[in-house]
Design a protein around this ligand. Structure first.
Ligand SMILES: Cc1ncc(COP(=O)(O)O)c(C=O)c1O
Length: 364
């Protein structure tokens, strides 16, 4: 099928770019002796997870049990749920899933660890466990080494659980490289303190799982890291361009839209708004706008209604007409994909693949 035959709005993935991004990070991990466990919340598509495995990943990451189930159903069998599983209902679901896949969770409380242990022991399965530590993002994770050691000790005594190590997410490092390097010193100081505390307590930390897309190619500089979990690296987005993590030419995903109105002077309205792109902000830049129009830096995606994207075309490089088809690179790929039932893999102008976003909406 030719790309012109696709209805809009549709997500299109430039397969050449995606494959290049995938190969680049696999090569980096191999050269650095790091394991790669991509976060599949970015695409929620089992077929893409399988491609990442074929390209050298040692397993996958998800955020939700529902996503893990979708991946396990497709045959992916080494899954880290990098999210605290807290309730009894969830722990039961997790234990059931552990009967058919090698599962691990990261968490930062004894309550969560006990709930998982209880259900795992009842089912006779073993679930891997990482203690999440906070190295500066201040979202989840224990900040004090003594608290992390204390939780690990408790975990070591729980049935149905295998203590695997430490997990952290450097989400605050969405910044240009020079700024990241400044932040890295504090992150490494913090990691050093955790490593030292575990050494003093004679608790073996077999794995340290970290990483993100903005820091992916800096991963070897994090002290003691054994594995990284980037997700967006496969596609990149406007936030990655803003942080100078990727050039526009490495953006593999865009939303194909149609201009539906040019009636208001200086404006072109396209058939995708916040229900197509999400409303995620331009976090690595000035916070303004909702995407980049491919091939026309002068046009800005200035506002979003639910189903309308408002383009300011006063400084655009060409005249926009009703019926024109454009490709818009979103601010944030992960939330954009979650809005769509399927995505289209394109090589040149040829649609070569159609993938259902099987994990979309799997929020539990
Ligand atoms: C716990 C965790 N690990 C890994 C990632 C993936 O990082 P990125 O979104 O930078 O690709 C995320 C993203 O939110 C995350 O929350």
């Amino acid at each position: 099928m030719h790309i012109d035959q696709l209805d809009t709005p549709s997500i299109v993935i430039d397969l050449d770019r995606m494959e290049r991004n995938m190969a680049k990070l696999s090569a980096y991990c191999q050269a650095s002796g790091l394991q790669l466990r991509p976060h599949t919340k970015t695409h929620k598509i089992p077929e893409l997870a399988k491609r990442q495995m074929a390209s050298g990943a040692r397993g996958i990451t998800v955020a939700k049990i529902g996503e893990a189930r979708v991946m396990a159903d497709a045959g992916l069998n080494d899954i880290l749920i990098a999210y605290p599983i807290v309730s009894e209902v969830k722990a039961r679901e997790l234990a059931a899933l552990a009967e058919r896949a090698r599962l691990a969770v990261s968490l930062d409380s004894l309550e969560a660890a006990q709930a998982v242990s209880h259900q795992a022991a009842e089912r006779g399965v073993v679930i891997g466990m990482f203690v999440e530590v906070d190295v500066g993002f201040h979202r989840c994770g224990l900040g004090r080494p003594g608290d992390a050691v204390a939780l690990a000790r408790e975990i070591l005594s729980l049935p149905g659980i295998e203590f695997r190590g430490l997990m952290f997410y450097p989400g605050h490092m969405l910044a240009v490289r020079s700024r990241q390097l400044e932040m890295l010193t504090a992150v490494n100081d913090s990691l050093d303190r955790f490593h030292e505390a575990f050494r003093d307590a004679a608790i073996h930390v077999r794995e340290v799982s970290g990483g993100s897309t903005p820091t992916a190619c800096l991963s070897a500089a994090f002290h003691g890291l054994t594995e990284i979990r980037p997700g967006m690296y496969l596609f990149n987005d406007r936030n990655m361009v803003g942080a100078e993590v990727a050039p526009v030419d490495d953006c593999a995903l865009s939303v194909l839209v149609t201009v539906v109105s040019t009636a208001v002077a200086g404006r072109a309205i396209v058939d995708g708004g916040s229900k197509t792109f999400s409303s995620d902000r331009f976090l690595s830049g000035d916070g303004l706008g909702y995407g980049m129009v491919a091939g026309d830096p002068g046009a800005s995606v200035e506002a979003m209604s639910e189903e309308h994207g408002h383009l300011n075309i006063q400084d655009a490089s060409h005249r926009y007409r009703v019926g024109d088809r454009l490709q818009i690179i979103p601010n944030h790929v992960c939330t954009t994909i979650n809005m769509h039932e399927r995505v289209y893999g394109v090589r040149g102008t040829e649609v070569q693949a159609v993938w259902e976003v099987v994990g979309r909406g799997k929020l539990q």
